[in-house]
Write a protein that binds this ligand. Structure first.
Ligand code: NAD
Length: 476
């Protein structure tokens, strides 16, 4: 079995304990991971704190930090095949997607490299001739970054990139489900030339590792991506030290299709909107809200495409839908479907467990028009399951779209741009995609409202989350 190591204070080590990681394609253990316990986490935070005050990092110019991030971006691009392969092996995310996403990861580091020397303060023209007042933007301190299993390299890049650009240091906790790509990333980071302790990477379980990290008194900011239940623990943990938090949580995003939409383009976007990443995506367009007049046609085209999706081994370039990451995810999907069909939701396709080994689950569509309050409509699956609702007019579409406690993403498909503008204003979500879905860029902020969390990743806003303002008054 392959063995991985954690990364603390610029050194690779085995961790207090070890645990087995399962290959989601067959359910069998394939690697041994280091399990960080309280002692490891405490050492990682101490190392990050020493690095934060170490003049080698604290006095480094922003331009120099940017150069190191550029080097990191280059190294990530060079190691892309290895990183993609490991992410695929350990999480089951298909190789087509991990390979494509690694290119984005390198892009995000490059973007934050360029931003490092543009994070700036301001001069204030106050009403006193003998006083000079200005604002310094300073790094917030030691950051705890906690990520879930899906897209770990990406979800950590959107934290590590802006945090280091701002001059912070970081302890990152990789998910216990599939940490291999992050532990491999540690080796790449080590080559980039940052002072030791600037980034530390551990993995382990929520209570022993995550909880100790996020409640540590030396943590100034917690950047979290994961589920709302864990987010509540994290906010309670960080409240003890009044550390700031940014939370990127789940979603139940509406995918709204009007009768005047380009139907073929909307069907294709809906297929990738829900089945990409085997549905394990926070922005999955998991509630189709379709105009009644085109519902039958739309569903029949969608069903055909869903039934022709290539399900297969995650390391095969031809595969379009791979396994879920864990057995627990599969049980969760089966449970939600069974409770919803008992209430009156009807299966359009899928629903049953895939046969054979591994954590596979077929693309599934549930017609929920008779039961709009069924669990499949209200609860995040984090799997390849689409719930369908229909509407008569724009007002009803808005009401359905906003009937959720989440507020992460949304999609609108219409040729009527005036209507699109009204919808953009009315929808409660952090992201609105019009006649497209899932588009991302390092330049554009990303985040949600309500149970989808708060704070933004991506863009300049993300870098500012890792800074604090110091007001300076100088009598002249
Ligand atoms: P999760 O909340 O169970 O776990 C996420 C991370 O938190 C893991 O590393 C876990 O070990 C850690 N953790 C668990 N308990 C903890 C505790 N008490 N204290 C500190 N850390 C703890 O999430 P998951 O099930 O791994 O991931 C799926 C969720 O993540 C979904 O809800 C999904 O929508 C969300 N997600 C959101 C985004 C986004 O950008 N908005 C992106 C991807 C995933």
């Amino acid at each position: 079995m392959q063995q991985f190591q954690q990364y603390i204070d610029g050194a690779f080590e085995d961790g207090s304990a070890r645990f087995e990681s399962l290959d989601p394609a067959n359910g069998r253990p394939w690697a041994l991971m280091p399990e960080a316990r309280a002692d490891d986490v405490n050492r990682a935070v101490e190392a990050a704190e020493r690095a934060f005050f170490n003049p080698e990092w604290a006095n480094m110019t922003a331009t120099q930090r940017g150069k190191l991030l550029i080097r990191l971006s280059e190294l990530v691009a060079e190691a892309a095949p290895r990183l993609a392969e490991l992410e695929t092996r350990d999480t089951g995310k298909i190789i087509r997607e991990t390979s494509a996403q690694i290119a984005y990861v390198a892009e995000y580091y490059r973007y934050y490299a360029g931003l490092a020397d543009k994070i700036q303060g301001a001069h204030l023209p106050i009403d006193k001739p003998d006083m000079d007042v200005w604002l310094r933007r300073e790094p917030v301190g030691v950051v705890a970054a906690v990520v879930p299993w899906n897209s770990q390299l990406f979800l950590s890049a959107v934290k590590i990139g802006p945090a280091l650009a701002a001059g912070c240091t970081v302890v990152l906790k990789a998910s216990e489900e599939g940490p291999a790509p992050m532990l491999e990333f540690a080796k790449i980071f080590d080559q980039a030339g940052f002072p030791k302790g600037v980034l530390n990477i551990v993995t382990g379980f929520g209570p022993d590792c995550g909880s100790v990290l996020t409640s540590h008194p030396k943590i100034a900011h917690v950047a979290f991506t994961g589920g709302p239940a864990t987010a509540r623990h994290i906010v309670r943990n960080s409240a003890e030290n009044l550390a700031s938090t940014s939370l990127e949580l789940g979603g139940k995003s509406p995918f709204i299709v009007f009768e005047d939409a380009d139907i073929e383009s909307a069907v294709n976007a809906q297929v990738s909107g829900i089945f990409a990443a085997t549905g394990q995506s926070c922005v999955a367009g998991s509630r189709l809200v379709v105009q009644r007049s085109i519902k039958d046609e739309f569903l029949s085209r969608l069903k055909e495409k869903a039934e022709n999706v290539v399900i297969g081994a995650p390391d095969d370039m031809a595969t379009e839908v791979g396994p879920l990451c864990t057995e627990k995810q599969r049980e969760h999907a089966l449970d939600l479907i069974s409770r919803s069909t008992h209430m009156g939701a009807t299966l359009v396709t899928g629903g049953a467990d895939c046969e054979g080994e591994g954590f596979y689950f077929p693309p599934t569509i549930l017609d929920c028009t008779a039961v709009p309050d069924a669990p499949c409509v209200t609860t995040e699956f984090f799997g390849p399951v689409l719930s369908v609702l229909d509407f008569e007019d724009e007002a009803e579409a808005i009401e359905i779209a906003n009937t959720t406690q989440f507020g992460l993403a949304s999609g609108i498909f219409t040729r009527d741009l005036t209507r699109a503008h009204r919808m953009i204003r009315a929808i409660r979500a952090g992201i609105v995609w019009v006649n497209t879905y899932r588009a991302v860029s390092p330049i554009a902020p990303f985040g949600g409202h309500g149970l989808s969390g708060y704070g933004r990743e991506g863009g300049i806003d993300a870098a500012l989350e890792y800074t604090k303002i110091k007001s300076v008054w100088l009598r002249t």
